[in-house]
Design a protein around this ligand. Structure first.
Ligand code: SME
Length: 158
């Protein structure tokens, strides 16, 4: 049974360091990917108050909106479209300091200013994308990249 998160104040590094074991404990023993994605979104939102945090899940040749926290968002994104579709196509994480400067960025909300997108793997297959948006410019760095990549490893079972 889930317990309340222990929300730590401190540097971003310290906050991730405190949060990651809690996320691991939260998803441990639960095999349903959607349930685990939902709790990952809630945990990230509660700790960091990101503007939007959510998963897009690969379905055929599109990404389809999955569990998220934040304002309503676009439901389908094609391969190579927007930041999420680019990360899926390249199978690589992308940091976007200013979304207006990213060619083809899909604006789900005009309040979103910067973004980080992380592929989610199951074995060698990209099964989705973690997308985190901020309402501030240049809000993501390599600390976020490393720690969010560590967090999505919980979905990689092989
Ligand atoms: N901005 C994303 C679309 C998803 S929303 O930000 C929630 C993109 O360009 O792929």
């Amino acid at each position: 049974m889930a317990e309340d998160l222990n929300i730590l104040k401190g540097t971003k590094e310290e906050q991730y360091k405190s949060l990651i074991p809690q996320i691991q404990a939260l998803v441990q023993g639960e095999t349903n990917r959607i349930a685990n994605m939902a709790n990952v979104c809630a945990a990230l939102k509660e700790q960091f108050h990101f503007f939007w945090v959510g998963f897009y899940i690969v379905e055929g040749d599109e990404l389809v909106l999955g569990p998220f926290q934040g304002p309503v968002a676009c439901t389908r994104i094609g391969l190579g479209r927007g930041v999420c579709g680019a990360a899926w196509e390249k199978e690589a994480s992308i940091i976007v300091p200013d979304v207006e400067a990213f060619p083809g960025h899909i604006a789900c909300s005009s309040l979103s200013k910067s973004e980080i997108v992380i592929p989610v793997w199951e074995g060698n297959t990209c099964i989705g994308i973690l997308d985190v948006d901020s309402d501030r410019l240049n809000d993501f760095d390599l600390v976020d990249l490393k720690n969010l990549e560590d967090i999505v490893k919980i979905f990689n079972k092989s």
